[in-house]
Design a protein around this ligand. Structure first.
Ligand code: AMP
Ligand code: MG
Length: 309
């Protein structure tokens, strides 16, 4: 998945760890677009030609991603693949495409052209050149599957980190610690440099940030979260968005959705979603917490200042 994976258990249980890593590998093999073969790639290869039957969980995940893509004003787009592949941000050969090239790709990213047949469990991309990309949702989905697996094995205290998607089970098994402390990454600082600590129990903490994958060209920074309307990286006041939620898939979807809204709209939207909480890090040096209902945030960095809403 392009990032290190951490599984924290409080018992010496090699077989549980092996089961978890096998599950992650299996899921990655189904959902990746970074290799020639996966169920998702079979759908992409058949674009403009014919529907492809996929497994039910893959079908459900694509359906969910399409649904979110079609929400009014959504900047989440499951059909963003052609743009992601053209930019290659974070991969070898990343380039700034010409405005004409981007304009030509935009019609191939219409999520309405992803045709789903629930009975046949098939997916059809109606235009040649269309490509699905589940990069903004797959890690969340997989993290939830891992939690389910851990619970089935009777494990109630654990932490899984799929590179930016942290999911906690219960509380840590230390006598003096009743919450998990999740570090909030300081943007554009060495990996592991913290802005502060997010204290949670049994929650998912997902962060999307423009510092995660980017390249610079002629003094401009190009990052990996693309604006489906323009084809260029989203450009607003944000450096990162963190969502605290019960399920990691919701956190993963919402980091992208809120990112696209910008701080003001996002805070307004969150008033209708009491089950979620978000932490925004802005280019102006603010760390803005939407509420402190589901986590406690402690700022530890002097370059930033805290705003509680
Ligand atoms: P995340 O790490 O969850 O922020 O997702 C970022 C990844 O999602 C990118 O690396 C792309 O693969 C994909 N992506 C980029 N822009 C979008 C978008 N507007 N909608 C959906 N997926 C996107
Ligand atoms: Mg995401």
């Amino acid at each position: 998945m392009g990032s290190p994976i951490v599984l924290k258990l409080f018992e010496n249980n090699q077989s549980a760890a092996q089961t978890v890593f096998r599950l992650i590998k299996q899921q990655e093999d189904l959902l990746t677009v970074n290799r020639e073969h996966s169920q998702l790639m079979a759908v992409n290869h058949a674009a403009g030609q014919h529907p492809v039957v996929v497994s039910r969980p893959v079908f459900d995940l694509i359906s969910k991603a399409k649904e979110v893509s079609l929400l009014e004003g959504s900047c989440f787009n499951v059909a963003i693949g052609p743009l992601v592949k053209r930019w290659k941000i974070g991969f070898q050969g990343d380039t700034v495409p010409s405005p004409e090239a981007l304009r030509a790709l935009l019609p191939l990213t219409d999520p309405a052209h992803v045709v789903l047949d629930a009975q046949a469990c098939s997916v059809f991309l109606t235009q040649l050149g269309m490509e699905l990309d589940l990069g903004a949702i797959a890690k969340g989905y997989i993290a939830d599957r891992v939690r389910e697996q851990l619970r089935q094995m009777g494990i109630e205290q654990a932490l899984i980190n799929l590179g930016g998607n942290v999911l906690t089970l219960g509380t840590p098994a230390y006598d003096d610690q009743h919450t998990w402390g999740i570090g909030l990454q300081k943007p554009f600082s060495p990996n592991g440099t913290m802005l502060g600590v997010i204290a949670v129990t049994g929650k998912s903490v997902v962060t999307s940030g423009i510092y995660e994958r980017y390249f610079e060209k002629d003094g401009m920074l190009y990052h990996h979260i693309l604006d489906p309307k323009t084809g260029y990286p989203l450009d607003n006041e944000l450096l990162s968005v963190t969502v605290i939620s019960d399920n990691s898939i919701d956190g993963d979807i919402y980091t992208t959705l809120l990112y696209g809204m910008g701080v003001e709209k996002a805070l307004h939207h969150l008033t209708t979603q009491p089950q979620l909480e978000a932490i925004f890090v802005t280019k102006a040096g603010q760390v803005i917490c939407s509420s402190q209902r589901h986590c406690q945030f402690t700022l530890t960095d002097n370059d930033y200042h805290l705003v509680l809403k």
